[in-house]
Design a binder for this molecule. Structure first.
Ligand SMILES: Nc1ncnc2c1ncn2[C@@H]1O[C@H](COP(=O)(O)OP(=O)(O)OP(=O)(O)O)[C@@H](O)[C@H]1O
Length: 231
């Protein structure tokens, strides 16, 4: 993916941009930065959910095909008011998988995310951690080439966070590329191959994770990592 001069404006205000960014290779990219830096907006713009006011975002395979090969998990998971199993089978059905095969895959994923035996339960009554795992499984069940995640474990406890991270590791091992916004620097250190540090809607630093965390090259990133308030 190559973003060139990409900007998103809303009501005359610039939310992000101009963003120049190239994402390539495998693994997980952590998108970090202060509150309001534009992490969510950039994720949505990359996935085609925010219209660019200037610049462009290009995928090697073309935008329409790219969007079909991508999935997006929001910070607050949106559940279908149906069973856990129906939530899992739904995206496969949309992709044309026959009903029985979709349900069988759903049962398998229920087990993988620790919800075995809960297939028939209404998804809307699950706990926050269960919903987030279900949202992640629903995104991964179609084996996307690229997964966008917006704060996947914000407000989850340690156990749920650990489970989510294990799923993310399995997904990258299976070849899914992940771009994840996170406030959690420990999580970024644990999972990321590279870091994009956003500040005021722009890419301030883009570096391999080890390099970024050991020796950030900008004062703002160093201050941010030290826990200082950075605008
Ligand atoms: N619907 C909207 N209308 C107007 N401004 C918005 C809207 N959504 C976000 N913004 C503004 O756009 C900027 C970027 O927001 P965004 O949510 O992308 O940042 P973020 O880095 O994801 O923040 P956080 O870490 O708090 O989630 C912020 O200044 C925010 O106030």
């Amino acid at each position: 993916m190559r973003a060139t001069g990409a900007c998103v404006h809303r009501r005359g205000k610039r939310l992000i941009g101009p963003v120049d960014l190239v994402l390539e290779g495998a693994g997980l990219t952590a998108l970090i930065g202060p509150n309001g830096a534009g992490k969510s907006t950039l994720l949505k713009a990359m996935h085609g959910l925010e219209r660019l006011s200037m610049g462009r975002i290009k995928w090697a395979c073309g935008a329409a095909q790219a969007q079909r090969a991508q999935a997006f998990v929001f910070q607050t998971p949106v559940m279908l008011r149906r069973s856990v199993l129906d939530n899992l089978a739904y995206p496969l059905r949309l992709h044309g998988t026959p009903r029985e095969a979709a349900r069988a895959a759903g049962v398998e994923w229920c087990e993988r995310i620790g919800l075995a035996g809960m297939e028939g339960r209404q998804a809307t009554v699950l706990s926050g951690g269960e919903k987030q795992k279900l949202a992640l499984a629903r995104a991964l069940i179609c084996a996307p080439q690229l997964l966008f995640l917006d704060e996947p474990s914000a407000s989850l406890d340690g156990r749920a966070t650990r489970e989510i991270e294990a799923l993310l590791r399995l997904a990258t091992q299976a070849g899914t590329r992940i771009v994840m916004a996170t406030h959690d620097m420990g999580q970024a250190r644990r999972l990321a191959r590279e870091v994009v540090f956003l500040r005021s809607g722009k890419v301030h630093e883009h570096a391999p994770a080890a390099e970024f965390f050991d020796a950030p090259s900008t004062d703002a990133a160093a201050a941010f990592l030290a826990g200082d308030i950075v605008d």
